[in-house]
Design a protein around this ligand. Structure first.
Ligand code: HEC
Length: 159
């Protein structure tokens, strides 16, 4: 009887571990290539949403392009207040004046990656997925850091 109980407990715990890894299995680590693969193949960002207060193409400021679109995944979209949930991703397409796509910049919230600056993994990509800078670039953090209370997010206001 006792053995059976222990066996049942082990099975329940194992089920949780397996379930947990299925839920988070497809999220990439803080790695530029894994993140690029995720946003282009595993969960193509163009199928994501826009923030309700920042839809479609919008004018932007330097250092980003003069026009942009910002896509967010469900975890970001469903975050009611800052900080957003871990696993949140914002993908920004940067366009020139002629509306030609020039670069992709990404923010990805990774638990424990950089706790003192909001745990964001930052990356700038060329259109074929070459990253640089990426990780914890002081440039990205310094400027977005002025919005730390809004979890470093600039185009959406949490109420
Ligand atoms: C000098 C300030 C500044 C720097 C440096 C900067 N950003 Fe931004 N970022 C902005 C502003 C302003 C916006 C709002 C959209 C716009 O104006 O283009 C923005 C928007 C974004 C967004 C859309 C999500 C959001 O709402 O914040 C992403 C993703 C992003 N930046 C990534 C980066 C990355 C990656 C870097 C570093 C390689 C970087 N940014 C460097 C000012 C900056």
């Amino acid at each position: 009887m006792k053995k059976a109980k222990i066996a049942t407990s082990i099975m329940i715990i194992a089920a949780f571990v397996v379930f947990g890894s299925i839920v988070f299995a497809d999220m990439p680590g803080p790695d530029p290539d894994a993140l690029w693969n995720y946003i282009t193949k595993v969960s193509p960002y163009k199928k994501w949403s826009f923030w309700p207060d920042h839809q479609g193409m919008q004018p932007g400021r330097a250092p980003h392009g003069p026009l942009h679109k910002v896509y967010v995944n469900d975890r970001a979209l469903n975050s009611v207040r800052p900080p957003v949930q871990y696993g949140s991703i914002a993908v920004k397409e940067n366009y020139d004046k002629a509306k030609e796509l020039k670069a992709i910049t990404v923010m990805y919230k990774v638990n424990g990656f950089n706790p003192k600056d909001g745990d964001w993994f930052w990356a700038k990509y060329t259109l074929d997925g070459k990253a640089g800078p990426f990780g914890k670039p002081q440039g990205c953090i310094g400027c977005h850091g002025t919005r730390a209370k809004n979890d470093f997010i600039t185009v959406h206001e949490f109420k």
